[in-house]
Design a protein around this ligand. Structure first.
Ligand SMILES: Nc1nc2c(ncn2[C@@H]2O[C@H](COP(=O)(O)OP(=O)(O)OP(=O)(O)O)[C@@H](O)[C@H]2O)c(=O)[nH]1
Ligand SMILES: [Mg+2]
Length: 447
């Protein structure tokens, strides 16, 4: 249970006017606040109609009161919701009355934080609540719903259980050094480790999809000057966002836009044409383009169909970054739009000018994000989760290597311990106050 003993209150509905406005209260003084405002404590979990009053009996509002008795509430504490009329002043008067009766203003995310600290939700689920609220697409809502219902947490928990089994096995050999069990001669440990690693890989792939749905696919348009990069950006944005001219070197700054392609959020960046130049402004543009490239989930490498792709540009892209080739301006040589494989990469032939082939590109972007794959199993995820999963994978790989090289059970055990910690950070089994502060402070007030 939370140890603060403080009672918190906040307006849980958004600012402005609406049919209904809700003030939410949680903590030990909840019952006395209910008595002060309503004259009684409503029966738990039953909507009660009543009048909300000031200390001297003056009418503030009338509406429904819902009382949830600890521990059967969102936060695990006594909770009261007062549903009045959604006017900013009415809500403010009601909130002030709660403060007068001993509550203090809730910090952002404090209700969710208490729910987490009281074991009502794990950290992934608490984050999913915020992600559900902030979802910008219907798909994101669905995936956040799955995380909220525990789909992601369950997969982590299963992994942790399997890992604990392996740790028990490894640590048993530490406890009985006299028996001289050589771990490397016990195939089950290696087999179990390999299976866990495979499961972590699958989870990482699914989590990465979830993170793209939440944060958007980072797509960077890059290539030589004048090939139609900014024209492509404009076509995807559906507006004249970037300046387009037939002068090479038109774009210098990075142009960033958040767009959606059939529910897929994309953070798209147009960059300066990559070339050697003595113009200091353009040089800075090229430098910024390189920075954007290093952060891309996908690079659209654009070149013109009436020339050859400049392979020297290709070689400046960060290693390992997925690239899709865009053969633009097919209207000039009169080629047909299409999607082909070229040197192991997808090449899409299109014309921004005529619009031909743009649908192929959009479909391709969706499939790159894994959107059409199997969304039933997907869930929402954050960068934080990916980092922790990657750390877990690193430790598991190190454990497997140590095992293979017969470096001793201690070193295997140590890495397995680190892997378990990393996984536990995701669900909040292991956390620091600092991390919790950072997570919950980004939530809205009243949540
Ligand atoms: N014929 C034809 N012209 C195009 C097409 N796409 C772009 N252009 C023209 O190509 C020229 C350059 O277009 P931009 O979009 O400014 O090219 P860019 O790659 O952004 O160029 P920089 O910003 O200088 O690097 C403009 O005159 C466009 O109208 C196309 O599909 N067909
Ligand atoms: Mg441009």
């Amino acid at each position: 249970m939370t140890t603060t003993g403080e009672t918190i209150a906040a307006i849980a509905t958004p600012p402005g006017m609406g049919g209904v406005g809700i003030v939410r209260i949680s903590g030990p003084r909840t019952r006395s606040i209910a008595e002060g405002i309503l004259g009684r404590v409503p029966e738990p979990r039953r909507a009660a109609f009543g009048t909300f009053r000031e200390a001297d009996g003056t009418f503030i509002d009338e509406g429904l009161a819902l009382y949830f008795q600890a521990p059967r509430s969102f936060t695990g504490e006594d909770v009261l919701e007062l549903q009045g009329h959604g006017g900013p002043i009415v809500m403010d008067l009601l909130l002030r009355r709660c403060l007068e009766l001993g509550a203090r203003l809730a910090r952002p995310g404090e209700f969710s934080e208490r729910a987490f600290l009281n074991g009502k939700l794990d950290l992934v689920q608490a984050e999913a609540v915020a992600d559900l609220i902030e979802s910008s697409t219907a798909l994101a809502v669905r995936l956040a719903g799955r995380s909220l219902q525990g789909v992601f947490s369950q997969r982590i928990n299963t992994l942790v259980e399997r890992l604990i089994q392996v740790r028990l096995h490894v640590e048993a050999t530490l406890d009985f050094p006299d028996e001289e069990i050589d771990l490397a001669d016990e195939p089950t440990v290696a087999i179990d480790l390999a299976a866990i690693l495979e499961a972590v890989d699958r989870l990482l792939a699914d989590a990465h999809q979830g993170q793209i749905i939440r944060e958007g696919l980072a797509v960077v348009i890059a290539g030589a000057p004048n090939v139609g990069k900014s024209s492509l950006l404009n076509a995807l944005c559906g507006s004249d966002a970037a300046i387009v001219t037939d002068i090479p070197g038109t774009t210098r700054d990075l142009l960033k836009f958040d767009i959606q392609v059939d529910g897929l959020p994309i953070r798209i960046v147009d960059t300066a044409g990559l070339r050697h130049t003595h113009d200091p402004v353009e040089q800075e543009g090229v430098r910024r383009a390189q920075t954007a490239l290093s952060e891309a989930d996908l690079v659209l490498w654009v070149y013109a169909a009436n020339g050859e792709p400049d392979e020297s540009i290709r070689s400046t892209f960060p290693a390992g970054c997925p690239i899709t080739r865009i053969r633009n301006k097919i209207d000039l040589p009169g080629e047909a739009a299409g999607l082909v494989e070229r040197d192991g990469e997808v090449e899409i032939a299109l014309s921004v000018a005529s619009g031909e082939g743009l649908d192929l590109l959009k479909a391709h972007l969706k499939s790159r994000a894994g959107l059409s794959a199997h969304p039933e199993g997907a869930f929402i995820a954050r960068r934080r989760h990916l980092d922790a999963l990657e750390r877990a994978r690193g430790a598991l790989r190190a454990a497997a290597t140590n095992l293979e090289r017969r470096l001793g059970a201690e070193l295997v055990a140590e890495e397995l311990h680190l892997a378990q910690r990393a996984l536990g950070e995701i669900t909040g089994e292991f956390t620091s106050d600092d991390l919790l502060g950072r997570i919950f402070s980004s939530f809205c007030i009243g949540k």
